[in-house]
Design a protein around this ligand. Structure first.
Ligand code: FDA
Length: 413
């Protein structure tokens, strides 16, 4: 039987990073993954360039049942710390938008960097593909270091180890290896879970109701988008993308993480513009069709679709603006600035970037990521900590992995 100080299950962002740090702190680590390919999610992230962190990361950029949980780890491993690693490996990067950092060349740079960090100590072994069949807790070591506490049955034999780190990620994109393993293991050890749901995911609408907008598929524009009640509303100023089945784009992905089924979302299609005033001014000086005036505020294809909607709403918007009633123009302005619509669902885990919910942080130490089950740790996306779009989820993977690796090494001493 092979023996390791710790076994990390999942060779994705959090698992590889944890293995590299713990190995360099002198621990004998096995990282295993049931997938043939290493870190596929990093490879496909950020359109192939991996948005690996966000310079503005704070706890406010994360959703969790306990929003304070992520603070400690995020403050002990910051975006600047990860940048120092990139500098060491001479990886070129750039800022794209609102603090989002991407590789200049390819996400492969990040994967190779993580593998090099794992290789640096000579202490990290990686088994891929290797499936885990069973995890057993034997007993805590009398010395309190948990040596030999766990046995793992894998398809490469049984392994003995002092600690088990679960880094199996969330449920999104099952075709590249996502599983519910982490949640099942949490249940096995009677740890609580927060119900999981797809997040950072496109929203869908009733097919018939959406038919007029489906033809706009591919069209994008900057919008203000919000959801929630007056007291607890959350909003983003980001791009919106029309799709065949509904809405996507950064603004919609952000809001999807907060959206509750059955509730509406609200869109301002011409943000920071007083549409009512502009239309009223145009009425006094223009004889152009209303559609042409609206096309100065939103893309022309959307303006045309919008005007066609007028008839079904009881307004005649298909006329020159100087002939329109004030009431009709006001209704048009209201609908452009406060378009309220209720999604019927989401595109699900097939298209979601992340999984919200997961292992309840109540059962975890925010300092070490160890659960109330001694020697069992959870890091990365499997934990109920979900970042906004924009590099926050990787920053959580690095930070939670770092906290865990430090704790493993301290325990070993
Ligand atoms: P991750 O998913 O990276 O790794 C989990 C590993 O566990 C996988 O290798 C999997 O094969 C393995 N595993 C699962 N079940 C197992 C089992 N039963 N046995 C053994 N191994 C098992 N975030 C961001 O910050 N910036 C970005 O640009 C993007 N872009 C992006 C694009 C797309 C298309 C997606 C789907 C996601 C993103 N993300 C992102 C999110 C980001 O990829 C994600 O949050 C992190 O990869 C999470 O890191 P983890 O290590 O927790 O899981």
């Amino acid at each position: 039987m092979q023996s390791f100080d710790a076994v990390i299950i999942g060779a994705g962002a959090a698992g590889l990073f944890c293995a590299g740090v713990a190995g360099q702190l002198g621990m004998k680590i096995l990282v295993l993954d049931h997938s043939e390919k290493v870190a596929e999610k990093i490879r496909i992230s950020g359109g192939g360039r991996c948005n690996f962190t966000n310079l503005g990361t704070t706890a406010a950029n994360f959703l969790s049942d306990n929003p304070r949980f992520c603070r400690s780890a995020l403050s002990r491993y910051t975006p600047q710390d990860f940048l120092a690693l990139l500098h060491k490996h001479q990886i070129a990067f750039h800022e794209k938008h609102k603090g989002q950092l991407f590789c200049d060349t390819s996400a492969e740079d990040i994967i190779q960097m993580l593998l090099a960090e794992c290789g640096a100590s000579g202490n990290v072994t990686r088994w891929q593909p290797c499936a885990v069949k069973n995890v057993r807790f034997l007993s805590a070591s009398p010395r309190g270091d948990y040596a030999g506490s766990y046995e793992i049955d894998s398809d490469r034999g049984t392994i003995q180890c002092g600690a088990v780190v679960v880094a199996t990620g969330g449920l999104s994109i099952p075709k590249i290896g996502a599983t519910d393993f982490g949640y099942r293991l949490a249940k096995q050890f009677e740890l609580p879970l927060i119900t999981t749901r797809p997040a950072l995911v496109p929203l869908t609408f009733d097919e018939e109701a959406w038919a007029p907008f489906a033809q706009l598929s591919g069209l994008s524009l900057p919008v203000r988008i919000e959801t929630g009640s007056k007291k607890e509303k959350i909003g983003f100023l980001e791009d919106l993308l029309f799709t065949h089945r509904g809405l996507s784009g950064p603004g919609v992905l952000q809001i999807s993480s907060y959206w509750q089924a059955g509730t509406p979302i609200r869109l301002d299609l011409a943000p920071d513009t007083n549409v009512a005033e502009l239309l009223s001014q145009a009425k006094g000086r223009s004889r152009r069709l209303i559609a042409n005036e609206v096309a100065t505020l939103v893309p022309a294809r959307l303006a045309d679709t919008w005007i066609c909607q007028g008839a079904s709403l009881g307004h005649d918007w298909a006329r020159p603006i100087n002939e329109a009633s004030d009431k009709a123009l006001f209704a048009l302005a209201e609908r452009l600035s406060r378009w309220e619509l209720t999604p019927t669902g989401t595109e699900g885990y097939r298209k979601a970037e992340v999984t919200a919910g997961g292992v309840d942080t109540k059962a975890l130490s925010s300092q070490t990521m160890e659960s109330t089950q001694p020697g069992l740790y959870f890091i990365g996306e499997v934990v109920d900590v979900t970042g906004w779009l924009g590099g926050y989820n990787f920053q959580w993977a690095w930070a939670s992995a770092f906290a865990c690796a430090q704790a493993l090494a301290l325990r070993q001493r």
